[in-house]
Design a binder for this molecule. Structure first.
Ligand code: TXA
Ligand code: MG
Length: 344
């Protein structure tokens, strides 16, 4: 398949390429587009055949459901049974990096939801994403636009590397601002269960909802026979081709360990900016200032892709603290490392 690449700037919402992308989608094709979290691989969410193409293009297991993207929070009515809590969340966080799981309506085929009776709904804030959805005038199912198992793409080059020849079009709209996928919550009555942490933190959710439970699968390994609340939790994610080891310990001990490791083995290191002056620059990837978690989130997936391309036997990174956006960093890294933590 010949993949067309459209270059747009973030506010080019009236460009003819938007109309063209929307037409590809309503004709049953696939378009990768930027969002504020990561790039998505879109298809008409009401078209079963189009949704099947997403699974094929990504190599994604068919029981792992897709998120549907809408232009306005109230559009959820067409596809799901909403609630008072949904509208509270919408008022506080939409458009933005929040996905809410609701009971689905029949307008969404079972292929999109992996056979579940619920559907994940998100209203992205990226102007290009919203313009395309509005123009297509239908919900757009979109997982992250990476090959299944590789890190989510945070810029068009990542999408092109994974998806060129597999999709009809890719819209290059620059780098994703946040860099980690949306926060996912399941809304049941007046309670929320956090299934995937993201830029909207548990504390932010607690400002809107009294009862927020964090699913244990966010930080812990699933038991062999356990059925997760979110099917995506059971798949190994973002796995680099060499082992990733997370380091836990006092700041001084971690940097000393990194220094010794650089002399003893062929390792890549994801370090904080201040540490980059204390370590040899060989196979060193700066993930941002120690206390700037938003910057670390922004850079993490690109750093994992870069580390994977270095000729090394092991990758070391800090074990993030589980506070604020740190919980999202922790969740992505602990899974990429298959829960390998070294105390130093
Ligand atoms: O930021 C994002 O959410 C990005 C952008 C493109 O919007 N999308 C994204 O989609 O990360 P994806 O498919 O890579 O991750 C969706 C996750 C999967 O882990 C899936 O299992 C879960 O959402 N999910 C989808 N529908 C669900 C449902 N009905 N119940 C439970 N989990 C669901
Ligand atoms: Mg994904």
């Amino acid at each position: 398949m010949n993949t067309r690449i459209f270059h747009l700037s973030e506010n080019d919402t009236a460009a003819p390429e938007i109309t063209e992308a929307a037409k590809i989608l309503t004709d049953g094709g696939l378009v990768a587009f930027p969002t504020e979290t990561v790039y998505g691989l879109g298809a008409d969410a009401t078209d079963e055949g189009a949704a099947k193409k997403i699974y094929a293009a990504k190599g994604r297991p068919s029981d792992n459901p897709l998120i549907i993207h809408i232009a306005d929070p109230a559009d959820a009515e067409k596809y799901a049974y909403t609630s008072e809590l949904y509208y509270k969340l919408a008022k506080a966080f939409m458009p933005g990096p929040l996905t809410v799981i609701l009971k689905k309506k029949d307008t969404i085929p079972a292929t999109v939801t992996g056979g579940l009776d619920t559907v994940a709904v998100r209203c992205p804030s990226h102007p290009i994403a919203r313009a395309i959805i509005r123009e297509a005038d239908v919900a757009i199912a979109a997982p992250s636009a990476n090959l299944s198992g590789s890190p989510s793409p945070t810029c068009a080059e990542h999408v092109i590397r994974d998806m060129n020849g597999r999709v009809d079009a890719i819209i290059d709209g620059g780098c994703s601002e946040i860099g980690l996928e949306s926060t996912i919550v399941k809304a049941e009555g007046d309670r929320l269960t956090l299934l995937r942490p993201g830029a909207i933190t548990a504390d932010a959710l607690r400002c809107v909802c009294e009862h927020v439970e964090i699913s244990h699968a966010v930080t812990e390994m699933l038991k062999a026979d356990e059925r997760p609340l979110s099917p995506g939790m059971k798949y190994r994610h973002y796995a680099p081709s060499v082992p990733l080891v997370l380091l836990e310990g006092d700041e001084d001990c971690v940097v000393s360990f990194m220094r010794r490791a650089q002399n003893a083995e062929r390792c890549a290191i994801l370090c904080y900016h201040d540490e980059s002056f204390e370590l040899r620059c060989e196979r060193l990837i700066d993930i941002g200032e120690r206390n700037d978690l938003a910057e670390q989130a922004h850079r993490l997936f690109a750093a994992l892709r870069d580390a994977d391309e270095l000729d090394c036997d092991v990758i070391y990174a800090h074990l993030p603290k589980k506070e604020g956006i740190g919980l999202a960093l922790y969740n992505r890294l602990i899974r990429a490392a298959a829960h390998t933590v070294k105390h130093v």
